[in-house]
Write a protein that binds this ligand. Structure first.
Ligand SMILES: [Zn+2]
Length: 242
């Protein structure tokens, strides 16, 4: 019997979770691209799905709409808030309005570079005074990123991440982690269309430390490692989680 790769519950019925949510694929994604799905229980699906929806709008509004890597993303983010949409029924419309009001509360004047999520930031050719900051909830960002990494490991590493191992995710300024980015230069990259690139490396000793870099929409970079408590204690001084 298969397990939910998130909560490890045994699955009585087959439920699939998309490693990258369906709505996150840019319009430029070729139709023959493999869209990874992994075993997940309904509860995890619903819980993570709600977080993904909220995050999609916030992140989607931050990325440039003019790149192939993110084509259609900002338009869809606006549509999920009901902007530019007319042909939906009453219930769905009120849903979208609710989401819009929630997000609008978290849109602030441009706050400078402090606390900026690496990969995002000011858009070129637009005055900073005309740009906004959108708050991204840290807990949800970490949980959804962890979910993505567990899904990638299920496909690429053919395993469910479970005790004594766990996933830790990092959002780093690349100029501060030169030794890690150098390492990724030599690792193979899995191409899942222009919106998602996944690189993975495994240590060649018994510890099987696994490193990941996932690039979303050509701009947001999620670094992660999978290892045991011992390993995380060892690298504590080198890495600083978000
Ligand atoms: Zn579950």
């Amino acid at each position: 019997m298969k397990k939910c790769i998130h909560c490890l519950a045994l699955l009585k019925k087959k439920t699939k979770d998309h490693v990258f949510p369906s709505s996150w694929y840019p319009d430029s994604t070729p139709t023959n691209i493999q869209r990874w799905a992994v075993p997940s229980c309904e509860a995890c699906n619903n819980r993570l799905g709600a977080m993904e929806k909220d995050l999609f709008v916030r992140l989607g509004l931050c990325v440039s709409p003019f790149t192939a890597e993110a084509s259609g993303i900002s338009r869809r983010a606006l549509e999920s808030m009901g902007v530019g949409v007319t042909d939906v029924h009453e219930k769905e419309r009120s849903h979208r309005t609710k989401l819009r009001n929630k997000i609008l509360k978290d849109i602030l004047p441009y706050q400078g570079d402090v606390g900026l999520l690496p990969g995002l930031g000011l858009h070129k050719n637009i005055l900073p005074s005309k740009q906004k900051t959108i708050l991204i909830p840290e807990k949800e960002l970490v949980q959804v990123s962890t979910k993505v990494i567990k899904g990638c490991e299920y496909i690429l590493g053919k395993r469910v991440v479970e005790s004594p191992n766990r996933v830790e995710v990092y959002f780093c300024k690349e100029e501060q982690i030169g030794f890690v980015t150098d390492l990724f230069e030599h690792l193979p990259e899995k191409y899942l269309g222009p919106g998602f690139q996944v690189s993975r490396g495994v240590s060649d000793d018994d510890s099987r430390i696994t490193l990941y870099r996932v690039v979303i929409w050509g701009s947001i970079k999620v670094y992660a490692s999978i290892g045991s408590e011992e390993y995380f204690a060892m690298i504590k001084d080198l890495t600083k989680p978000l």
